[in-house]
Design a protein around this ligand. Sequence first.
Ligand SMILES: [Zn+2]
Length: 139
Amino acid sequence: MHEELDALLCTTYPELFAHRHVQDDSLMSFGCCCCGDGWFPLIYALCRSLQHRIEHYGEPQIQVVEVKATFGQLRFRVSCEAGEMSDAQCAVIEMAEILSAGTCEVCGCPGLCVSNEYSAVVRCPAHEQEGSSADEECV
Ligand SMILES: [Zn+2]
């Protein structure tokens, strides 16, 4: 994911991304670079829903510890120092992860899982020939 989009997530939802610029056990010091720009709207909407529910429905504050693509699906890992995550929080994260499996990681259009011997990625017909953007960016 491009740095500007990563930065936009962190500045819009600083409570969720509290680990982003801290060198701790979380993998968030690497940011959201490990997935493509096509998933940005999905991740942004997920963060919006999570933080909205925290502020308006009294759900516990969670912190994002890892955002990456694994075998063609978003993995959005969080920690919850304030107590136990609510069922709704688990459900919206699960929903976003499921939606990612049908969303081109390059452009965000509907896509299908394309696999080779090394990995699986989600691509629309226009981006089917492109490899994993995550592989290129996560060095
Ligand atoms: Zn595409």
